[in-house]
Design a protein around this ligand. Structure first.
Ligand code: SAM
Length: 283
C-alpha cells in the first residue's frame, strides 16, 4: 500500500488502474470552476492536478505542449492569428510563440488561478507571457469563440481539461461549429483527444462531432505522455482541405530549443497504429 502522505495517486476505477508519483502536496484550493492541487514530487518536479486528474508535470509536459502546437503550426502555411482555448498553464502558448510567423496568440482560460499558480510553480512555462504578441484572457472559451469574428483565426488549439465540468462544452458539435466559423480559409483546428487506448469511445466521438460540425476531415496524431492515463495520448486536427506538407522546422535555432518535436517525430506522429484504425474515420 502506498502511503497517501508520501504519494499522489490518480485512481481510474473504470480501467482498474492507478498512477502514482512520490511527493507531497504543497497547495490546494477550490476555485469557482475546479479543485486545483500542486504536488512537489521527488523526481518529476512539480505536478498540477485539477479535479483529481494530472495536468502538467515539470518533467514531462514537453511532450504534450510541443505536440499540441508544432505539428499544426508547421503545417499551416501562414499561422498568423492563433487562439488557445484552455491552456492556462501557459506551456502551449510558450511553444506557439516560438514560431516567428505568429503575429498574435490569445490564450483563453476560464480559470485565472491556473495561470497564477503556473507562474509560481512552473515559471519556465510562463516565460513568454510578456511577449508583445501574447494576450491572456480569462473567459469561457465557448463564449469567446462564439463571439470571435468569422474568418479571423488561422489556428485554434483546444488545450482543455477532460470533458467534464467547465470543459464539457468544448467537446460538442455546437462548439466545433463556432470554431469552424471563426477559422479563416485554410484554418486548422486541433484539440487534445484523450488516450486512444483508455478512452477510445471519446476519441472516436470527438472526430465524429468535428465532422458533423462541417469540418471535411479529421486527422489524429499520437504521442507519449507518461502522467496521463495509459501514458499514450492523442490530438485531433480538424480541417476543410487536405493537410499541406509541413514546412521544415529542421533548423538548429528551432529544434535545439525542443525536447520531443522534430521533423521525424512530426512524420511518425501521424502514423495510425492498427489498434486505433477502427476509431479513425476513413473519409
Ligand atoms: N494538458 C492538460 C490535459 O490534457 O489534461 C490540460 C491542461 S490546461 C491546465 C486545461 C485548462 O482548461 C484548465 O486550466 C482549465 O481551466 C481550462 N478550461 C476548462 N474548461 C474551459 C472552458 N470552458 N474555457 C476555457 N478554459 C477552460
Amino acid at each position: 500500500m502506498l502511503n497517501a502522505d508520501q504519494w499522489f495517486t490518480e485512481v481510474d476505477e473504470s480501467a482498474a488502474s492507478a498512477f502514482s508519483l512520490k511527493g507531497r502536496r504543497v497547495h490546494a484550493e477550490q476555485t469557482p470552476f475546479q479543485h486545483i492541487e500542486i504536488y512537489e514530487t521527488e523526481r518529476w518536479g512539480y505536478l498540477m492536478v485539477i479535479d483529481g486528474c494530472t495536468m502538467v508535470s515539470t518533467r514531462d509536459n514537453f511532450f504534450y505542449h510541443e505536440m499540441m502546437s508544432h505539428p499544426v503550426l508547421a503545417t499551416h502555411p501562414k499561422p498568423e492569428q492563433v487562439a488557445i482555448i484552455g491552456g492556462g498553464d501557459c506551456g502551449t502558448l510558450r511553444e506557439v510563440l516560438r514560431h516567428a510567423e505568429v503575429k498574435q496568440a490569445t490564450q483563453i482560460d476560464i480559470d485565472e488561478r491556473v495561470t497564477r499558480l503556473s507562474e509560481h510553480y512552473f515559471p519556465e512555462l510562463c516565460e513568454s507571457n510578456d511577449d508583445p504578441r501574447a494576450t491572456l484572457a480569462f473567459d469561457d472559451g465557448i463564449a469567446w469563440i462564439k463571439n470571435a469574428p468569422a474568418n479571423s483565426l488561422d489556428v485554434i488549439i483546444v488545450d482543455s481539461t477532460d470533458p467534464i465540468g467547465p470543459a464539457e462544452g468544448l467537446f460538442n458539435v455546437a462548439f466545433y461549429r463556432s470554431c469552424r466559423e471563426a477559422l479563416a480559409d485554410g484554418g486548422l483546428f486541433i484539440q487534445q483527444s484523450e488516450s486512444p487506448l483508455m478512452h477510445g469511445p471519446i476519441f472516436k466521438a470527438m472526430g465524429e462531432a468535428m465532422r458533423e460540425a462541417g469540418f471535411a476531415t479529421t486527422t489524429p496524431l499520437f504521442f507519449p505522455q507518461p502522467i496521463y492515463p495509459g501514458g499514450w495520448w492523442s490530438a485531433t486536427i480538424a480541417h476543410m482541405e487536405p493537410l499541406p506538407a509541413a514546412r521544415s522546422t529542421a533548423t538548429d535555432a528551432f529544434e535545439s530549443t525542443l525536447q520531443y518535436y522534430n521533423v521525424q517525430t512530426h512524420a511518425g506522429a501521424f502514423a495510425v497504429p492498427p489498434l486505433v484504425k477502427h476509431l479513425v474515420s476513413s473519409d
